[in-house]
Ligand binder design. Structure first.
Ligand SMILES: [Zn+2]
Length: 198
């Protein structure tokens, strides 16, 4: 129980990582975090430990009392924004380009999209955020091994490294909780719903 998972949010209520109940209770106790209940109300240690225990609630026992186990805590002090760089992946390139072909502007299912090197590799183009875009199969074929200029195909916009932070991903294989859902992105929520333990 003390080693089971607690979702940690920063002060902007963005999930930043997953910790253990033991560590979460420690943060709560010293005032570095507040616990969040199912109605999204936040509590300091005193008010949290005064909460009545309902049937089915998980609890930790201290010398003097039983305390409900928090499944989500919010940090009070650190402004701990996710600092990881956005992974340069197919998924994230599609996300940046919103599943839209960057030449014809068409929206497609991901399966119908390719990645295109704006400056082809055969002409020294690199595999970077600034040189790879989402492209439909048709445009990909039309463009061939040419630059946009050579093919007379204008890009909708100049590709750049995204400024958004990567979506939070909890380590796989850990127990997930219903209490976490309000703080996960909608895409994550759909994914997570299938694996809920209650
Ligand atoms: Zn296209």
């Amino acid at each position: 129980m003390l080693n089971s998972s607690v979702l940690v949010l920063n002060r902007h209520f963005q999930p930043v990582h997953v910790t253990t109940v033991r560590r979460a209770m420690g943060l709560l106790y010293v005032g570095l975090a507040r616990a969040i209940d199912r109605s999204l109300e936040t509590f300091d240690f005193e008010s949290w430990s005064a909460l009545a225990i309902a049937d089915g609630d998980e609890v930790v026992h201290t010398v003097s009392r039983a305390i409900r186990v928090p499944r989500v805590i919010v940090l009070q002090v650190y402004d701990r924004l996710p600092r990881a760089r956005v992974r340069f992946s197919r998924y994230n390139i599609y996300a940046r380009d919103q599943d839209t072909c960057q030449y014809c502007g068409g929206s497609f299912a991901r399966a119908a999209l390719n990645l295109d090197h704006v400056v082809p590799r055969s002409q020294g183009g690199r595999t970077t955020w600034e040189n790879v875009v989402c492209c439909c199969v048709r445009c990909n074929l039309d463009k061939g091994g040419r630059t946009p200029d050579q093919a007379s195909m204008a890009l909708l916009r100049k590709p750049v490294r995204p400024r958004w932070t990567p979506a939070f991903r909890a380590p796989s294989g850990r127990v997930r909780y219903r209490e976490w859902l309000p703080f996960l992105g909608i895409v994550d929520a759909a994914y997570w719903n299938t694996e809920l333990l209650d």
